[in-house]
Design a protein around this ligand. Structure first.
Ligand SMILES: *Cc1c(COP(=O)(O)O)cnc(C)c1O
Length: 365
């Protein structure tokens, strides 16, 4: 008999960073614990969503693979053709469709390139490398924004996709419409540009990019949206992309069949049907973000502008120390090595405790 051969995964698996999901806070005596580590909506979905979940009965049936009802509802809501919308299991599912459709390794082994800013959303390197493509990470500027000039300069003939994350997770700044238009003027027509707008509902900056209007003007732009953040449906896994039919025709080929369950689809529709209540929750989070940002500034912290439901503390070497100090106050926050700490805007009491922690942890040692 032959020697047993070890099971071997594709070599690329040894090159993937592990996705470090935000953890819940460990219990501390006398303190309510708060999870400020995953940019979740602390107020959850609107009541109409809870009613949909309670009434749903079709668990034994497969969902509509095309999420037709949701795409039609979204089409109305966004004023785009439902044909231009492709749903996925979260916007991460939709992003995976885009990357695996347009970037990978060619038959001769040469790798396509995908450019994105870094630091940005930590799923990007995993999705890009898993597809067999090469990721090109362009460092953020000193004020934690995309360096669009450097990103344009990084384009080569192997570039297939560019991802812009606006507002940027984990640092917070949004791109302006003018910046994105000037950038697109330098991008070849056959390169797909993804605008990841996971936090778009939280934007208050008047000149922030309106990705849908960019998609209306540019054939090579794909807009990514999600119900996970503002709509408070992270656990139901529903997101989508918006792009023109010459792109969506390919995305549909590689979409995971039945990725969006019927219950998730109906919940998303119910949330869109009660948008005023969603907007109320978003307004509360934005007001809390402003309170936290103002508080931090008053305490002498220099943090980048945030247009999301998060703040970035550029603590460098002291980041791990801050994460531990937060844990002692029953706050789970998200440390990124020795770069910084991302803190989600949460319940009012959580934000107040976070500000107190920042008062006790001076910005300069
Ligand atoms: C949270 C997040 C997503 C995706 O979330 P889904 O739950 O998969 O929809 C995508 N992009 C960014 C930048 C995010 O922060």
């Amino acid at each position: 008999m032959n020697e047993p051969q070890p099971i071997r995964p594709r070599p690329v698996l040894s090159e993937l960073p592990a996705y470090a999901a935000g953890k819940p806070a460990a219990a501390v005596d006398g303190l309510v614990s708060y999870k400020l580590s995953s940019n979740e909506n602390p107020y959850g979905p609107v009541p109409a969503v809870r009613a949909v979940l309670a009434e749903f009965t079709d668990f034994c049936r497969y969902p509509d693979p095309l999420s037709t009802a949701l795409r039609e509802r979204l089409g109305q809501h966004l004023d785009v053709s439902p044909q231009d919308i492709v749903t996925g299991a979260g916007s991460l599912g939709a992003l995976t469709q885009i990357i695996t459709t347009f970037a990978g390794a060619g038959p001769d082994g040469t790798q396509d390139e995908v450019i994105y800013a870094w630091r940005s959303f930590e799923a990007y390197p995993i999705v890009v490398r898993a597809a067999g493509a090469r990721d090109v990470q362009v460092p953020l500027t000193a004020d934690f924004r995309h360096d669009l000039d450097a990103m344009a300069a990084a384009i080569t003939e192997r570039t297939r996709v560019i991802i812009l994350c606006t507002p940027n997770n984990p640092t917070g700044p949004a791109l302006t419409g003018a910046e994105v238009e000037a950038f697109l003027a330098k991008v070849p027509q056959d390169v797909v540009v993804v605008l990841d707008e996971a936090y778009t509902e939280f934007i208050t900056q008047p000149d922030a990019v309106d990705a849908l209007s960019v998609y209306r003007r540019h054939d090579n732009v794909v807009v990514l949206r999600t119900f996970s953040k503002a709509h408070g449906l992270a656990n139901l896994r529903v997101g989508y992309s918006v792009s023109h039919p010459h792109i969506t025709q390919y995305l549909r080929v590689l979409a995971t069949p039945f990725a969006v369950s019927s219950v998730a689809e109906r919940a998303a529709i119910a949330s869109l049907d009660h948008l005023d209540e969603v907007d109320e929750r978003v307004a509360r989070i934005v007001a809390e973000r402003e309170r936290v940002m103002t508080g931090l500034t008053e305490l002498g912290w220099d943090v980048p502008d945030s247009q999301g439901n998060l703040v970035w503390l550029p603590l460098g070497e002291r980041a791990p120390e801050f994460v531990e100090a937060a844990a002692r106050q029953a706050l789970a926050v998200r440390g990124f090595g020795t770069e910084g700490v991302r803190v989600t805007i949460g319940e009012e009491e959580a934000n107040t405790r976070f500000l107190q922690l920042c008062a006790d942890f001076p910005p300069t040692p």
